[in-house]
Design a protein around this ligand. Structure first.
Ligand code: BGC
Length: 473
């Protein structure tokens, strides 16, 4: 789960994030950029967490749960005046941010007490049930005091609160990460710093039609945001390691990774050299660029596939204890003449067969490919952090689950990939960002009015696998 997608409803809402403002914006709704559904009609996890976690434990047989906190809930007002030690390298890149005792003291005073209390209750409840929590620090909403998505959409040149395109955001993220590790470290050992960084930068700054803030198309800004998100992972990693020294599980005190969406891209026509070329480029930019930066310090900012001396920044590499892989489907890529930068002369072919409600192709071998690719390239333990299906009619979820798990098992058993965990997306039907509530990813359906949860067909099969650690069907 992620906070913004499940927390809000009849109880307490959080209006202080860029995503909240973005999905309420009249112009975005009128232009069909966002659905018009509102997150405050969501599943109400903020209030119903105890029964939901119990359901995950008892009805699904889970031993772990992945959830996130919203930065804007913890710090609804600015932390920019909290002192930190900041180091830049000779090229103006942020290379270190360190929060000291004084800074932590101020952050603790500044944090919203109510939110801290509730997040502690949620994590305590998970622990009581024997669920290991994997905590994502940043699953997309940014506090409004750091990103004004409407001002950026309307006039990025004059906007002042510009989110990930400014390094100032990294400094504030480091403070938030340090605070979370210090405050919740006795309940958390498994952290994901950032969820799908390339989705944030790619959908925000390259594909304005998809409905992600701030909805701009600018290659330079895309690269800048992606680069900052890579630096942000490393800097947050160091702060989590520094501030969480309490071990609560075999992962402890802090096992910290990043979560990345790896897609399986194939050329639409495997004999067409144009399709092959653009597919390679897409795979490089979408799957590889960010991870090369995080793991090797390769910041190929002109995207030419060659790391020139000024793009080689190994001193920015910090740690990454595991790689979280989100994988859903296969994408076919075909060349199309679009004008502009010729490397972007391509499109994704709309799904033709075996499509989910999102229009994503069901292609189970893709997950085996994705985890193999990730392990071969970066040699870190793998966690599958998302995999699932939007299936409102509930006719394909069970088969999807079983077929993907079979392929994942081959990756472990036949290929020797160290896959240490699997999280299904998602426990509940939730707020699917710009698409609203139409997309139903939940293992449990959620009634929009009553908030009642009811199991989908996949639940018994899921439970059997989770509790026996085996597949018989
Ligand atoms: C995101 C989730 C989202 C899911 C389905 C992932 O990209 O991390 O927040 O709901 O995919 O689209």
């Amino acid at each position: 789960m992620s906070a913004f997608q499940v927390e809000m409803s009849r109880g307490e809402i959080d209006p202080n994030s860029d995503w909240f403002v973005w999905v309420h914006d009249k112009k975005n709704i009128e232009n069909g950029l966002v659905s018009g559904d509102l997150p405050e009609d969501g599943p109400e996890f903020w209030e119903l967490y105890a029964s939901d976690l119990k359901m995950a434990k008892e009805e699904l047989g889970n031993n772990a749960i992945r959830l996130s906190m919203d930065w804007s809930r913890i710090f609804p007002t600015s932390t920019t005046d909290v002192p930190t030690r900041v180091v830049f390298d000779g090229h103006g890149n942020l290379s270190e941010v360190d929060i000291g005792e004084d800074g932590m003291h101020l952050l603790t005073e500044r944090a919203n007490k109510n939110s801290v209390k509730r997040y502690r209750e949620i994590l305590q409840e998970a622990r009581k049930l024997g669920l290991t929590s994997m905590l994502t620090l940043y699953h997309w909403p940014l506090p409004l005091w750091i990103h004004d998505p409407i001002a950026c959409r309307d006039d990025i040149l004059h906007a002042t609160l510009r989110g990930w395109i400014d390094q100032a955001t990294i400094i504030e993220f480091a403070k938030y990460a340090a605070f979370v590790a210090n405050t919740f470290g006795d309940l958390v050992d498994l952290y994901a710093t950032i969820n799908e960084p390339r989705v944030v930068s790619g959908l925000g700054y390259l594909l304005p039609g998809v409905g992600f803030p701030p909805g701009i198309q600018d290659l330079g800004l895309f690269v800048r945001a992606t680069k900052n998100l890579a630096i942000a992972h490393g800097i947050a990693y160091d702060q989590v390691k520094k501030w969480d020294n309490v071990s609560t599980s075999r992962f402890g005190p802090a096992f910290v990774g990043v979560v990345y969406d790896l897609q399986y891209f194939v050329p639409n026509d495997e004999k067409n050299p144009d399709d092959i070329r653009v597919t390679k480029f897409q795979e490089y930019v979408w799957n590889e660029w960010y991870l090369n930066a995080v793991f090797k310090g390769d910041y190929d900012t002109n995207l030419n596939g060659i790391v020139e001396p000024n793009e080689c920044l190994p001193h920015l590499v910090k740690g990454c204890d595991y790689l979280g892989v989100n994988h859903y489907s296969r994408s076919k890529i075909r060349f199309v003449e679009k004008g502009g930068d010729p490397r972007f002369n391509f499109e994704m072919v709309p799904c033709e067969e075996n499509c989910t409600d999102m229009g994503w192709e069901i292609y189970p071998p893709g997950i085996r490919y994705a985890v193999n690719w990730a392990y071969e390239k970066y040699r870190r333990p793998i966690m599958v952090t998302e995999n699932g299906i939007a299936d409102a009619k509930d006719t394909r979820r069970k088969e999807y689950l079983l077929s993907y798990l079979r392929e994942l098992y081959k990756a472990i058993d036949e290929d020797g990939v160290p896959v240490k965990g699997y999280f299904h997306w998602s426990l509940l039907d939730n707020y699917e960002w710009a698409r609203g509530f139409e997309m139903r990813f939940g293992l449990f359906k959620v009634d929009r009015e009553t908030k009642k949860r009811s199991p989908t067909r996949a639940v018994p099969a899921y439970k059997e696998i989770a509790t026996t650690n085996a597949m018989t069907t």
